[in-house]
Structure formats: C-alpha cells, structure tokens
Write a protein that binds this ligand. Structure first.
Ligand SMILES: [Zn+2]
Ligand SMILES: [Zn+2]
Length: 367
C-alpha cells in the first residue's frame, strides 16, 4: 500500500487543478491510489466521478465519504487557469487518507468513497446519481474546509447548513427599430430594467434568510442607434429553507413575466443550475459532535453553521430514499477566503480531518 503522506497527496492534487467537468487527470490519480489501497473502483461515473468500494458484511451500515474534485477558473496575468480556490484538493486528500486508514483495518461493514466532479456548476451530484453512484449507501459523510471567517484552525461544525440556490437564465425578446422611432420597436432594455426592479421588490417573510438579485444583463450591440430586440439576464436566488426557495422562485418568475409583458416583450425563463438546501440528519449530527469532541477537543466544537453558499451534495439525501447524510465544516485558517485565487490554509488541518472521518465511521457503526 502506497505510503505517500497526506501532504504529498494534497500537493499532487493541488498541482493538477482541473475545471468543473474536466477532472480527467485528478480522477485517474485518485483511482490509482484507491486501487492500490485495495478498493474496487468504478470510474467515469457521471462524468469523471469515482465510486470506490471496500466490501463488508451486509448487517452493518454501508458508510460513504464524499469529496468534490473540481477547481475554479481565473484569469491571472492575462492567462486563464484553474486554481483549487475552494479547497477541494484538501477535501480529496483528507477523504483519500481516511480511505487508506479504513483499508488497513479489518472493518466489518462496507466502505465507499465518492469523488464527485463538477460541484461548482451544480451538475456533478445529479450526474453521479443518474449513474447509480449512491446505490446501497446508508450513510454519506461530507467534509469541507471553511473560511477563517466561519472557523479557525481545528474548529469544526458538525452541520454545515447550505442554502438552497437556483440560477435562472432569462431571455427577453422585443422588436428592433431605429432609435429615432422607438414607438415602432419594443426596447428590451426597458423590459429588462422593469424586470430587475420587479425582482428587487419580491419579499418573503423577512425573518427568513433569502436573496434574489440580477447578476448579468446583456443587451444592445455594436450599433448604438438601434432599439435592441434581445436581452439576456441571469438571476441568482438563495434561500435557507427549501420551502422558501419554492415560493421565491414562483414570485420571481411572476415578477419577470408580468413586468416584461407590461413592456410588450416576450420572455423565456430557464434554470441554469440549482442545489437544494442542506438536509443533515439530526442523529448523524450528534455523532459528528461526538467525533469533533474526541478528535479535535470540545473547545473546537462549533454550532451548526448557516452558509449562504450552496452545495449539490444535498441531492444525495434528497433523492435517494433511506440515505442519510451529514456535512461537516472544518476550520483551517483559510485566508483570505474560499473562491479567492490566493487562498491559503494551515495544512495541519489535513491529518485531523482524515482522523475525524475515520472516527465518524467508528461512531456510526457503534450507534
Ligand atoms: Zn466552491
Ligand atoms: Zn467547495
């Protein structure tokens, strides 16, 4: 069994950094390690996803650890390149190291490892689920580094509560005309501006956390003396609760349709991507609290953390009947923050994160 340190595994993953949906070499590297550790590995699951299995007795719960493989794309000094700015290299290194520890033990139950592609574009989890990645899994555990604003080094939350998120593409169709004769056209900038205002006037219960905002608005072309006939907007929706996301979506859809219709424009609304709100299992959360106290010390136990960020991890428990999941957030003094291309963290967190996953499995099987 390969003895490479968790730091060396992290370095290799960090240097590979591949964008969402293009994790070919990362997947090959992780699969090679997992096979060396004795796992049977199914590759190309929902793209470049991996499902690795160490079989055990059926009377014990099948426990799976999950990490995402994709990096983010930045333009740095005029060059486009992928950077592991969300810490997925660290998350994969911790899960892989935990996978090796589990393989060294005579573990009674089945262990599965899920390495997921394309999390940042919210397509990887559903693609893996369509390829039956979660078949037979009883308990799924996710672990993600958290920014220093949420957790200091070794602090850990037993329940990271992601918001529901949904991104809409809005295409507004008007009528082109000479800008001197606007009455003959339908100006999509007017319609789009009305839509922006209508979206900003959507209100849910103010005691609940939610947001709706336009993040992209393209209209008009090379000739400025034309009334433009096509506009494209992107709308980003967030809500802490899954039910609130349903009503937010309905209200925003109605606001866009009615406001653009009032301008005589036609509109198409489609969902570009979405992820459901967190769905952490309360019993697993209690076990995670115990695991954190045992491995990191009670002084490092944080309460559940609500984060406005989304994660398609929660599709696993929301779409697979009987699958229970929990998502832990580990502090590593991540600075200046996640999704910053200059992101750095304290690597002392890596072996602790791996130990935390292993101890989670021990507590789950004893429960
Ligand atoms: Zn991210
Ligand atoms: Zn992430």
């Amino acid at each position: 069994m390969r003895e490479d340190s968790i730091e060396s595994i992290f370095r290799q993953l960090h240097d590979l950094a591949e964008p969402s949906g293009q994790e070919a070499r990362t997947s090959v590297l992780l699969a090679a390690y997992l096979r060396d550790f004795g796992y049977s590995v199914r590759d190309h699951v929902g793209g470049y996803g991996l499902v690795a299995t160490l079989p055990g007795k059926a009377e014990h719960p099948c426990i799976a650890f999950q990490a995402d493989m994709d990096a983010l794309v930045y333009t740095i000094d005029g060059n486009t390149r992928a950077v592991h700015a969300c810490g997925h290299d660290a998350n994969c290194a911790m899960v892989l190291d935990a996978a090796r520890t589990m393989a060294r033990r005579s573990w009674p139950g089945t262990i599965k490892i899920i390495f997921q592609p394309a999390e940042e574009i919210f397509s990887g989890a559903l693609a893996m689920l369509r390829d039956h990645a979660a078949d037979g899994i009883d308990v799924l555990v996710g672990l993600h580094l958290r920014p220093v604003q949420e957790a200091r080094l070794f602090q850990c939350t037993p329940s990271l509560l992601h918001s529901a998120s949904r991104m809409l593409d809005v295409h507004i169709h008007g009528v082109a005309a000479h800008s001197a004769r606007p009455h003959l056209g339908c100006n999509v900038i007017d319609a789009g501006a009305a839509a922006v205002n209508a979206i900003n006037a959507v209100h849910l219960d103010p005691t609940h956390s939610f947001s709706a905002k336009v993040t992209r608005f393209h209209a008009g072309g090379a000739s400025p003396n034309i009334i433009p006939a096509e506009a494209e907007l992107t709308v980003d929706l967030r809500a802490d609760l899954e039910e609130d996301m349903q009503s937010l979506f309905s209200s925003v859809e109605r606001a866009i349709s009615c406001s653009t219709a009032a301008n005589g424009a036609r509109v198409d609304i489609s969902t570009r991507s979405q992820a459901p709100a967190a769905n952490n299992d309360p019993k697993l959360q209690s076990l995670a609290e115990q695991a954190i106290c045992d491995v990191l010390g009670p002084e490092n136990l944080l309460p559940p953390i609500h984060t406005t960020g989304g994660d398609d991890f929660h599709f696993f428990s929301r779409t697979v009947p009987g699958l229970r999941s929990v998502y832990l957030g580990l502090g590593a003094d991540v600075k200046p923050g996640l999704h910053n291309p200059d992101m750095i963290f304290d690597h002392a967190a890596l072996p602790r994160g791996s130990a935390l996953l292993v101890h989670m499995a021990e507590l789950i099987i004893q429960a």
